[in-house]
Design a protein around this ligand. Structure first.
Ligand code: MLT
Length: 316
């Protein structure tokens, strides 16, 4: 019997699959402290997580029977991949399963920040009628710069083009012909930074991309640029962005992700009038959560059963 620990909230459809598996038993234990997690790790063959659990080197080493870590989602920055490899543990994710949700959240934020939707709502809820105060700008005719032209970047590009935007993208791992097929010009990062009226990030956190949106990068952007981040907080130097939002170099930002989540009360980005923020909701749709949950459960079970290992992000 394979024993699986689900240590973050997982969609019901995934839990049903676990219930139905005759050769597997699972426990769902969320909100565990690190010590609590370390104490129970030796019991399990598989660990299923979302973004809440830190599968760090200690947790992986404590998993004496651990064979697979399944990330229900895309980002694997909460898994120590080197430690997983060292201990012979497969780490896997579910690429594509929540891409539409994340692309739609990008468009939601881009539109909402352009039309002051949240402050306008709050104003009317306070029984004010301030039409002039909330005049916005259109996406039509603007240039969208996309950093990272993977699945989500492409879905954002398709949607932005439907809104009449010109789309430029930067991705060192994608051939220019691939982007051209969907009507997107693939250019150097500096050109994206220089041309974008709206800049959206869809890349993973690596040593090269950490704090890629810093003071120097912001200096290369158009004054008044709007920055959207539904990828990872660590892509942005938050202090530099806060300063640029305050001095008007950056016109507005819409942020779904933060360096530390939840952000500290004194995070300088939280109290600015030109920032729209949401609590990491990019993948939070019913459809995406059903997709990631069923996909990761099937993958983890197939891996444990020796049937097939799919979407591994480390090589053993
Ligand atoms: C992901 O990486 O899949 C998204 O950020 C959603 C999540 O963290 O759950």
């Amino acid at each position: 019997m394979y024993r699986i620990l689900v240590s973050d909230k997982l969609g019901a459809a995934g839990l049903e699959l676990l219930e139905e598996a005759a050769d597997a038993a699972y426990d769902m234990k969320t909100g565990l402290s690190k010590d609590e997690l370390l104490a129970i790790m030796p019991e399990y063959d598989g660990l299923i997580i979302r973004s809440g659990t830190q599968a760090d080197a200690d947790v992986i080493a404590a998993g004496k029977n651990l064979k697979v870590i399944g990330r229900a989602g895309i980002g694997v920055d909460n898994i120590d991949l080197a430690a997983a490899t060292k201990h012979g543990v497969v780490a896997m994710n579910t690429p594509g399963s929540n891409s539409v949700a994340t692309a739609e959240q990008t468009m939601t934020l881009m539109l909402a920040v352009s039309r002051h939707t949240v402050p306008a709502h709050n104003s009317l809820a306070a029984r004010e009628w301030n039409r002039a105060q909330f005049a916005g700008v259109e996406l039509f005719g603007k240039t969208l710069g996309i950093v990272g032209f993977g699945r989500i970047g492409r879905l954002v590009a398709e949607r932005a083009k439907a809104f009449g935007m010109t789309v430029l993208a930067h991705d060192p791992f994608v051939p220019a012909e691939d982007a051209a097929k969907v009507g997107v010009s693939l250019v150097e990062l500096d050109e994206v930074l220089a041309q974008a009226d709206y800049l959206t990030l869809h890349t993973a956190v690596t040593p090269e991309t950490t704090k890629m949106i810093n003071q120097a990068a912001i200096q290369k952007m158009k004054k008044g640029v709007v920055i959207i981040n539904v990828a990872r907080g660590k892509l942005i130097d938050e202090a530099a962005l806060a300063e640029a939002l305050q001095n008007g170099r950056v016109g507005a930002a819409a942020l779904d992700v933060f360096v530390k989540e939840p952000p500290a009360d004194d995070n300088p980005l939280l109290n600015l009038p030109n920032v729209l923020h949401t609590p990491h909701l990019g993948a939070s749709t019913a459809e995406a959560q059903r997709n990631v949950a069923t996909q990761i459960v099937n993958q983890v079970l197939d891996c444990l059963r020796g049937v097939e290992t799919r979407n591994a992000v480390n090589s053993l």
